[in-house]
Design a protein around this ligand. Structure first.
Ligand code: NAD
Length: 253
């Protein structure tokens, strides 16, 4: 099944993890994929693993307004259209709010929030033309609180509600806007946790499906929401979390 034949899909943070995995998924399903990230070598490595096609790797820091503007110009010059934007680039911060520096706060907000805003603003004219759609990568941390991650929770919570309002504003124009809320997933972002058996056991105790997510689990859900199979779905924040958000918070007895 090739759901994305003749579609141009832009993915930020495509050099690793869920971004790289969804690039593979979209390419397998016929898309022309634009890989966006800060490190050319990582983008090239992802590019080399894609099913053959007219793909493009563009170095850009999504937190830089001008870089995103140039990215959109380059993509439109090359393809003349954009059908799907996956705002996946993100960073994480740990610790209590009163101990965090201005730099930590600003860095998380600049990538996780400004980056999403800049990309949506830059690509929306093309998406309005193609009646395309946007997938934001929020998090279960954008649906509820976590211990020790409040800055990340603030950023991802904003993405969750940004997604809902964008869906309302652009629905009549035929542009769908949805978000994926991954739970604990094995990627570069969680590589230290993967090495820590005690942490893993705590997670597995709370995940009904009993395992961490893999980037491919998330990529499959991204591809679904971006495809015409989801043509009547907009404004959702879909947990892809092994069931972790099914709980009401009471202890696992
Ligand atoms: P990852 O670190 O492998 O991927 C994030 C990518 O974004 C990296 O390639 C990184 O280089 C890139 N990036 C960071 N800042 C950037 C910038 N300014 N400009 C361009 N690219 C930038 O981790 P991942 O888990 O695949 O993360 C993907 C998304 O999933 C993130 O938004 C993250 O917050 C979210 N998420 C992850 C988990 C998890 O458990 N791994 C859970 C929920 C949500």
């Amino acid at each position: 099944m090739e759901r994305f034949n003749n579609k141009v899909v832009v993915i930020t943070g495509a050099g690793s993890g869920m971004g790289a995995s969804s690039a593979q998924r979209f390419a397998q399903e016929g898309a022309k994929v634009v890989l966006v990230g800060r490190t050319q070598a990582k983008l090239d490595a992802t590019l080399a693993r894609l099913a053959p096609g007219d793909h493009l790797a563009v170095q850009a820091d999504v937190a830089q307004r001008e870089a995103v503007h140039q990215l959109a110009e380059k993509v439109l010059q090359h393809y003349g259209q954009v059908d799907v934007l996956v705002n996946n680039a993100g960073i994480h911060a740990q610790g209590k709010a009163h101990e965090a520096s201005d730099e930590t706060w600003k860095k998380v907000m600049s990538v996780d929030l400004d980056g999403v805003f800049y990309c949506i603003r830059a690509f929306m004219p093309a998406l309005l033309k193609s009646r395309g759609n946007i997938i934001n990568i929020s998090s279960v941390s954008g649906l509820g609180g976590d211990w020790g991650m409040s800055i990340y929770n603030a950023a991802k919570g904003a993405i969750t509600n940004f997604t809902r309002s964008l869906a309302m504003d652009y629905g009549a124009d035929g542009v769908r806007v949805n978000a994926i809320c991954p739970g604990f997933t094995f990627t570069d972002m969680t590589k230290d946790m993967k090495q820590n058996q005690a942490v893993l056991e705590k997670f597995y105790d709370r995940i009904p499906l009993g395992r961490a997510g893999e980037p491919e689990d998330v990529a499959a859900a991204i591809a679904f929401l971006a495809s015409d199979d989801a043509r009547y779905i907009t404004g959702v924040n879909l947990p892809v979390d092994g069931g972790i958000t099914a709980a009401n918070g009471q202890p696992h007895l």
